[in-house]
Design a protein around this ligand. Structure first.
Ligand code: ACO
Length: 316
């Protein structure tokens, strides 16, 4: 038994800020941001929340998979920007979408979240614990960046993506995952609710160059590793869907792997870095565009705070 993705969905807030909008509030320019990151705009929440976007993406994924909410047995919601701690965002989503038979919990693995959730879903299905699982990545990062810090606020955006995974006959592939807590301080966010003084609130803090070096080294290693582990020739992979952190990271990974850039779709220009939501948003976009064909082999690779990383192979 393997878990097959039978439907995807996404939600993107309507409001966006382009690079010129940011140049009105911080000392930066469209040219600087485009050259260093490839980002042109990022969508940001207005009335939406992490939970409402997750529920909208989940509804969308259920509709596209043709199943009813009460068939879902597990909801895994990846987020680092939940508007609720208790109950979990996953439980709130369960209530909103009417997935009355589901067990639900949150998972924090930052930008590697969706890949980790995919791996967990495969494990539950292989162990025959659940057959139908909804995995979601949803983030309101615009609420967590310091809009005075030009080194970070230009990078992030908001949105949600979801996938329904269902047990089916087929080949199981082994994943590659890892974490390095020793290097964790290069990307941080302290829990805000411990701060009595609003002025002492913490925001996303980042050593950009350390993250860049980590990503361009670890992601090709994880991709090569997962292909080797499953004895797959890289040339037979149709798509490499990477976490959309920034275009320079994606380009550096492509160069290191020596694989055609046509196989690396990207939407970071439009959405910025949406952390755990970036892979399912891109996946859903590709489905909507009709780019994914039955039988194609796809690699998903997530990487980010923790530091954590993971790569998986799946057959569409
Ligand atoms: N506009 C204009 N100038 C800026 C901006 C900005 N938005 N931000 C920083 N600068 C300035 C700095 O102040 C610095 O000026 P100085 O030389 O006078 O001190 C100069 O630009 C260079 O700053 P660096 O931080 O060295 O710039 P760098 O070339 O490293 O680019 C960037 C910064 C884009 C963040 C890069 O390090 C990067 O892409 N890192 C990866 C980070 C990432 O993707 N994080 C996402 C979260 S984690 C994840 O998803 C994997």
């Amino acid at each position: 038994m393997v878990g097959k993705i039978i439907g995807t969905g996404s939600y993107i807030p309507e409001k966006y800020l382009d690079n010129n909008d940011l140049a009105q509030i911080i000392e930066t320019s469209d040219k600087w941001i485009r050259e260093r990151t490839g980002i042109i705009r990022r969508h940001v929440v207005e009335t939406e929340t992490t939970v409402s976007m997750a529920a909208a993406a989940a509804d969308n994924a259920l509709q596209n998979s043709g199943i009813h909410a009460d068939e879902v047995e597990l909801i895994l919601l990846c987020t680092v920007s939940s508007d609720v701690i208790l109950p979990s965002a996953a439980c709130e989503v369960q209530q909103r979408i009417g997935a009355v038979n589901a067990t639900a919990f949150d998972l924090n693995a930052a930008c590697a979240g969706f890949v980790f959730a995919y791996v967990m879903a495969q494990g539950y299905i292989a162990a025959k614990i659940y057959r139908t699982i909804l995995i979601i990545g949803s983030e309101s990062l615009s609420k967590l960046v310091d809009w005075k810090d030009r080194g970070t606020c230009i990078l992030f955006g908001d949105g949600a993506g979801a996938a329904v995974i269902r047990a089916a006959a087929g080949q199981r592939y082994l994943p590659v995952t890892g974490s390095d807590g020793e290097s964790g301080l290069s990307l941080t966010l302290k829990s805000r609710f411990w701060q009595e003084d609003a002025a002492a609130r913490s925001y996303i803090g980042m050593d950009g160059q350390a993250i860049f070096k980590f990503a361009v080294k670890k992601v090709p290693q994880a991709i090569r590793g997962v292909l080797k582990k499953n004895r797959i020739n890289p040339r037979t992979i149709d798509w490499f869907i990477l976490h959309q952190a920034n275009q320079r990271i994606i380009d550096a990974v492509i160069k290191r792997l020596g694989i055609s850039e046509d196989k690396f779709p990207s939407n970071v220009a439009e959405y910025g870095n949406t952390s755990s939501a970036s892979i399912p948003i891109l996946l859903d976009e590709m489905v909507q565009k009709g780019l994914l064909e039955k039988g194609q082999k796809i690699v998903l690779a997530g990487f980010g705070a923790g530091l954590s990383w993971g790569a998986v192979v799946l057959k569409w």
